[in-house]
Design a protein around this ligand. Structure first.
Ligand SMILES: Cc1ncc(COP(=O)(O)O)c(C=O)c1O
Length: 456
């Protein structure tokens, strides 16, 4: 099959039909799909063509995809895909650039411009350089790897070239995201390698005084501190100013996982809850969360890009290009890279700083309205006051479904909303995270009606 004018026309017609159908039915669609059984078909010996693929997709797949792109998917920290980003993402597929090296396409320039705009959006100094990643997990891996190279250099070692045998490192964290723990394993430190820093009372945020004590008592030559802005359950922010000063004093690398919390900066500015993040050595953030661009799109930023390049760069004759500039493949895990910057660029152009700020504020306002209803409701307990976009609650003793597990299962099988479990201060809770740009008052009302009915 070739691209012909007929094929192109079919592609556009099918996309239009699918697009209209999906958008028109998004509100009615089950938020978590119930049927996930796919008929096993023999792989065709001879190509069946585009139309047959489309038929197959409609028959077996389309109806059973979830409405995770809609306003009532409140699991994990899940963003939607705004129109500018969705359209740009179609263009990414159409043009299919490989943003690996510089010198053969304007795509790498656009990635650099977009990263600079993100720094501007988040009040970060220009010295931060970075790279788009598949998500926050990949960015956290780059944080761990950059820190590894940094502590190696302090000890006269080049870990990227010679390995890490004999490397001395101590890692400190209070409530690291699971992906950060995973990253420590991937970097060769081990998932159990980190020292637990005490948290503040009724909070997941790090106690900076405890960190100060631990750092002062350490004789280790290499230190890495992992901070959160914000934690995924309590949405608690570590005191980055205090932690940054401690890291400077003790020569520790500071990595901040700010996957979604950095967006809070749009509301309160550089002196709000994330004050001090500009002193971090490296930062993780996610665009497929609160910037509402399609998967997959995270960002790694670092004030010390040389350690990242030392870690990721490798030479081979066939990789040499005319450009003397640093290539993106020398700043990340992948050699070949999707044109992830385009949907982000499109979103920043399409909505501007004010438009994005409004989306963040809307989600917080909606989450707080939902939390207020829970706090006053007959059958639920609001577990923690809602300060950002995550609401923690559980059924109380008067609820018809006694356990958190049974209540969550009933919520999710309703198909009207999707939430995920969590633990707060050692006890199970239900966690609702509102990060979709389309979540509206009507969504909140629908969920409240459902919860009211389930409680009785
Ligand atoms: C704080 C934090 N870090 C990292 C991640 C992992 O993000 P991703 O799924 O994009 O890898 C998440 C996801 O919810 C998160 O909330």
């Amino acid at each position: 099959m070739q691209y012909t004018s007929q094929i192109q026309k079919n592609m556009i017609d099918m996309l239009e039909a699918q697009f209209t159908q999906f958008r028109d039915q998004l509100d009615a669609r089950d938020v978590a799909s119930k049927n996930q059984t796919l008929a096993t078909l023999p792989m065709p010996e001879h190509g069946a063509g585009l139309n047959d693929f489309y038929q197959f997709f409609n028959q077996h797949v389309a109806g059973n995809l979830s409405a995770s792109n809609g306003g009532r998917y409140w699991g994990f920290v899940t963003g939607g895909a705004n129109p500018c980003a969705t359209f740009a993402d179609w263009l990414v597929g159409l043009f299919n650039q490989n943003v690996a090296q510089r010198g053969d396409s304007i795509a790498s320039e656009l990635e650099l411009h977009t990263l600079a705009w993100l720094c501007d959006l988040f009040y970060l100094p220009e010295e931060f350089k970075g790279v788009f990643t598949t998500g926050a997990t990949a960015a956290n891996v780059l944080g761990a790897l950059s820190a590894r190279q940094y502590v190696g250099k302090l000890q006269g070692m080049d870990v990227a070239l010679d390995g890490m045998a004999g490397l001395a490192i101590e890692i400190y964290a209070a409530t690291p995201h699971a992906s950060m723990v995973q990253s420590l394993g991937m970097a060769g430190f081990g998932q159990n390698s980190w020292h637990q820093v005490r948290t503040l009372s009724n909070s997941e945020a790090m106690c900076a005084d405890s960190l100060a004590h631990m750092l002062s008592n350490s004789n280790c030559k290499g230190k890495l501190v992992i901070a959160s802005a914000a934690t995924v359950t309590g949405t608690d922010f570590d005191d980055l100013k205090a932690i940054g000063q401690l890291c400077k004093l003790h020569g520790a690398w500071l990595h901040v996982d700010a996957a979604f919390g950095i967006f809070e900066r749009l509301l309160t500015g550089p002196n709000g809850k994330t004050a001090g993040i500009e002193c971090a050595d490296s930062i993780t953030l996610d665009c497929h969360k609160w910037l509402n661009v399609p998967y997959d799109c995270g960002v790694f930023l670092t004030r010390q890009p040389s350690y990242l390049v030392q870690t990721c760069d490798v030479q081979a004759p066939y990789l040499n290009t005319a450009s003397g500039d640093t290539n993106f493949r020398s700043m990340g895990i992948e050699n070949s890279r999707r044109f992830r910057a385009l949907p982000v660029w499109a979103t920043l152009i399409g909505y501007g700083k004010e438009g994005i700020k409004k989306q963040i504020q809307n989600n917080i306002t909606s989450a707080q309205a939902f939390a207020r209803w829970l706090a006053e409701s007959e059958h639920y307990e609001l577990v923690k006051s809602c300060e950002l976009n995550v609401v923690l609650f559980r059924p109380n003793g008067s609820h018809s479904l006694k356990s958190v597990e049974a209540c969550l299962a009933a919520i999710n099988t309703s198909g009207r909303v999707f939430m995920t479990p969590g633990v707060w201060q050692g006890k199970p809770i239900i966690r609702a995270a509102l990060s979709n740009w389309e979540t509206s008052e009507s969504d909140i009302k629908q969920v409240v009606t459902l919860l009211q009915a389930l409680g009785k």
